[in-house]
Design a protein. Structure first.
Ligand code: SF4
Length: 292
């Protein structure tokens, strides 16, 4: 594998001998694979989403609820054949889809596995990511990924630098989301489950309602108000959030409702809401190598 420029960090790292910003080397690493019941209803369905949590991350947000795997790198190295077996096992357990969580930094390594699985299965493949993606890497997934599920976190570079170490987050995020939309221009559902399309997740954060509005403005102006938008209320001050007073708490109901009202005022037709009770540790996956 050549020097790594798989994401906008463009580390140019030789991952055979060292790691880049994401912390990943040449080994595919996974922390958990199971049937996830708490994704959006049209993703989890009644049987669960076949969710594969990849270790490491190219963002390392200071509030990450999955910091044990994203920042601390917990997980188990898998060969390509072993990862394939994980996908097959999830399908045999009845998964509605294969849901790749934060696989951005492994795309060149898992591509052969995805192609082989795609050739042998009709399950939709979901690419669930933080939204800091390289367009060239996404193009490798054209024809393989059925549903894109990216975050759009914030707009201002000062904010994204502070909380995600990525001053160019929004600049790269919008290019990535446009490429996802190009690949999957139409949302397709069958029996209440999504089969193809684009769903944008936005995590409402404390004291950042203005950022939520800017994200929604961009989506409305560039993708249209028929875009599926999942407004997440589950923020909790995990990991290093306690170092930042302004985000060191859960969101208030008023903050969430202000964002929801704005979304409705903008004319969005497909809004997925979360209960305020979703901000509870019991909904955070425990990382225990289940299924790997
Ligand atoms: S995937 Fe990792 S090593 Fe490669 S460019 Fe991104 S952060 Fe750097």
């Amino acid at each position: 594998m050549s020097l790594c420029n798989a994401c906008p960090r463009n580390c140019n790292a030789d991952r055979q001998t060292k790691t880049g910003f994401c912390g990943a080397d040449q080994n595919i690493k996974v922390a958990k694979a199971y049937l996830h019941e708490w994704e959006e209803p049209f993703i989890s369905g009644s049987k669960g989403s076949g969710t594969v949590f990849f270790s490491h991350c190219n963002l390392k947000c200071v509030f990450c609820q999955n910091f044990k795997i994203s920042a601390e790198g917990f997980g188990k190295n898998l060969s390509q054949d072993e990862l394939y077996d994980v996908f097959v096992s999830l399908e045999q357990k009845g998964a509605n889809n294969i849901n790749l969580v934060t696989a951005s930094h492994f795309v060149p390594y898992i591509l052969p596995v995805l192609k082989k699985f795609k050739a042998n299965s009709n399950l939709p493949i979901i690419y669930n990511c933080g939204g800091y993606e390289s367009v060239d890497t996404l193009k490798m997934l054209d024809g393989i990924v059925d549903v894109y599920l990216p975050d759009m976190k914030y707009v201002d570079s000062r904010i994204s630098a502070k909380y995600s170490h990525a001053p160019d987050y929004f600049e790269k995020n919008v290019l990535a989301v446009k490429e996802m939309k190009r690949q999957q221009p139409k949302d397709v559902f069958c029996d209440g489950l999504i089969k193809k399309g684009l769903v944008i997740r936005h995590l409402v954060m404390p004291n950042l309602v203005d950022q939520s509005k800017k994200v929604l403005d961009w989506i409305a102006d560039n993708l249209g108000t028929d875009t599926f938008v999942s407004l997440m209320a589950q923020y909790q001050p995990f990991y290093r959030a306690c170092e930042f007073d302004e985000i060191n708490r859960k969101i208030t109901e008023r903050e969430y409702n202000r964002v929801l009202q704005y979304t409705e005022q903008k004319g969005f037709e497909n809004i997925l809401c979360q209960e305020m009770t979703s901000s509870d540790e019991k909904y955070v996956p425990s990382f225990d190598l289940q299924g790997v």
